[in-house]
Structures are given as C-alpha cells and as structure tokens.
Design a protein around this ligand. Structure first.
Ligand SMILES: NC(=O)c1ccc[n+]([C@@H]2O[C@H](COP(=O)([O-])OP(=O)(O)OC[C@H]3O[C@@H](n4cnc5c(N)ncnc54)[C@H](OP(=O)(O)O)[C@@H]3O)[C@@H](O)[C@H]2O)c1
Length: 305
C-alpha cells in the first residue's frame, strides 16, 4: 500500500528533489508549506499542500495526522524569510517537529542532518543538528538521521565550482589537497525518500557520501577527463580569505559560522564511513561517476567520443 509522507522543506532545493523520489516510490506526497510561500510547482507535481510552520507548533500536530512518515530538509540558516535563523527554525522549529512526531505517534521521522556533527561543536549550524539528533533520542522518537557530506552541487546561486570549471580556471578557498566527503544532492534526496518508505532502513544516524573523500585536485582531474579541456586550479590563501570572513562575521553571524565551517572542513575530519550506506542503500556512488554527473548537470561540454 502507498505510504503517506509529509515533507517539510519541499519548496527548497533538496526538498523538491526528495519529493520527486517519493513519487518514484508511489508515495502519497504531502508538503508542509509556510503561508506566503509559493506552492505552484509542488501542486503541478501532484503534491498535497498543508499550510504550516515549524515555528508554529499548533500547525504541526494536525499536519501529521495519518502520516506514515515525515521527512524534514528544512533549514533556517539559508535565511529565506525575515526571522529565519538558527534559533527559530533549526533549534526551536525542529524541536517543535520532534514533539509533534512524538505526540502523533508518527512511525518514522527522517531528519536531514550533516556528516560528523558530533565532532563539530565549533560550527554552530552543524552542532545544532547534533543537538536535534540528541533531542530525538531523548524524546524516543523513531528517527533516521541521514548525515550527508558537502553537496557537490550546491544551489546554482551558491555553487562553488561550476563557474571556474566552465572557464577552465578554478579558484577555491584555502586548499586544493585536503579531502572531505561530498555527495550529489539528488543522491541524498533519493536516500531520504527511501528511508521514509522502506522500513528496513534502520533507525538511528547514518553517514552518507561517495565511496571516498575527494579534494579539489581530484575534482579537476575528473572534470578534465569529462570535458577533455585543460582546467587550471589554484587556492586563495585561507589566512587572507578567512580573515575577511571573520571581519564580515562581526556583523553577520552566518559569515562567522561559515568561517568556522571551513576551518573544520580543512582539518580533514569531514570524512564519511559509508559502510551502513552500502549495506542498506546498495552501491555507494563513486567519486568519478558523481563528478561526471555534476559536470553534465552544470552543462560542462563533454569530450567528443
Ligand atoms: N548544502 C550542503 O552542502 C549540505 C550538506 C549537508 C546537509 N545539508 C542539509 O540539507 C538541507 C538542505 O536544504 P536546502 O538546500 O534544500 O535549503 P533551502 O533551499 O534553503 O530550503 C529550505 C526549506 O526550509 C523551509 N523552511 C524554512 N523555515 C521553515 C519553517 N519555519 N517552517 C517550515 N518550513 C521552513 C523553506 O520553506 P520556504 O519556501 O517557506 O522558505 C524551504 O522549503 C538542510 O537541512 C542542510 O542542513 C546541506
């Protein structure tokens, strides 16, 4: 029988992809959407809209009625609306959702976390995910927290690499040699959808990534192999760029948070153990295949055969 699944964050970058995968699994798909947010695209896909807001706990319990699972990709950190921030959405909003899952006895809560957040107390928006994971344990809700590495394909507005790869001259912050775990957003979206509809995916926390960590040299190597075009690569010194981040961070907390995130990632600790991913979701995407898919996605011309 088709499962009824509520997506929180469905109007966002990742949530929209999760919804596409839920339809692939023949789910009845619902989305919790804030007043004033556009639902046109979701409705055209056949998503059933429930108006609600993580910051308004009274809207959550009715939204969860008769749901087999809820998936949250929502985040306040990306600042889409006035008042969106770590405290209101990622902390209090997520706690409201966990409380509603508990009260409604929703059988499965699939939470989008971040890789290795238990090691990242210095990074506020990472640590917040860890605190919510702990809160789910404390409240004894049946949850799956998928912990993806960095998205190789960020939103087009925030993409770090597409412009440079296409120009044949990629400049990155800090380092081209330190490796960390990446994942394509469509792959994590697929796993989030499966975790909601497939009860064999075990409850608890699970790292998600590619088969091995990648550095920028590897990205460029595979992008060059894909396109057949030489691509120059260089790193802007983190001592300089990081100081600029710190200065702006005095006025903008998001920038201070980003500085801490890069410091953490450059430490080399942002690496996934994909053994559970392999066991429960099957073959883990390889770095080469993921980079090739990313190149196709950003429209990098492909080498002629
Ligand atoms: N980027 C990465 O490298 C990376 C790595 C690991 C994990 N992640 C995680 O992946 C997720 C990615 O998010 P994204 O890129 O899809 O973000 P996004 O495009 O900014 O979307 C955020 C979504 O959250 C919704 N939302 C915000 N506040 C809400 C509230 N109070 N109530 C209900 N909905 C609310 C927004 O709805 P509106 O349309 O109403 O604004 C929107 O649908 C995040 O959880 C992030 O932590 C990202």
């Amino acid at each position: 029988m088709s499962k009824s699944v509520l997506v929180v964050g469905g109007t966002g970058y990742l949530g929209g992809k999760v919804i596409n995968h839920l339809f692939n699994h023949s789910a009845n798909v619902f989305a919790l959407v804030r007043e004033g947010s556009n639902t046109q695209e979701l409705e055209s896909k056949g998503v059933q809209i429930i108006r609600g807001d993580l910051s308004k706990p009274e809207t959550l319990l009715p939204a969860l009625k008769n749901m087999d699972a809820v998936i949250s990709t929502a985040i306040g950190y990306s600042n889409r609306k006035k008042g969106d921030n770590l405290k209101n959405v990622d902390d209090l909003g997520n706690r409201n959702l966990v409380n509603a899952v508990k009260l409604s006895n929703t059988p499965r809560f699939v939470f989008t976390s971040v890789l290795n957040v238990h090691q990242a107390e210095s990074v506020p928006h990472f640590w917040q995910k860890k605190l919510i994971e702990d809160y789910m344990d404390q409240m004894e809700v049946p949850y799956v927290a998928l912990r993806p590495g960095a998205f190789l394909d960020q939103t087009p507005k925030n993409d770090f690499y597409a412009g440079g790869l296409k120009k044949g001259n990629l400049k990155v912050f800090g380092t081209t040699t330190v490796k960390w775990t990446y994942i394509l957003s469509d792959d994590i979206a697929k796993y989030l959808a499966i975790a909601a509809v497939d009860d064999t995916i075990p409850l608890g926390r699970m790292d998600i990534g590619m088969t091995e960590p990648m550095n920028i040299q590897m990205l460029v190597k595979y992008a060059t192999e894909y396109s057949g075009m030489p691509i120059k690569v260089g790193a802007l010194p983190w001592a300089v760029i990081g100081s600029i981040f710190s200065f702006i961070g005095l006025f903008k907390s998001q920038m201070a948070d980003l500085k801490k995130m890069f410091d953490y990632m450059f430490s080399g600790q942002y690496v996934a153990d994909t053994s559970l991913q392999l066991k429960y979701f099957g073959e883990v995407p390889s770095v080469k295949d993921s980079v090739f898919r990313y190149c196709a996605q950003i429209g990098l011309p492909k080498r002629s055969a």
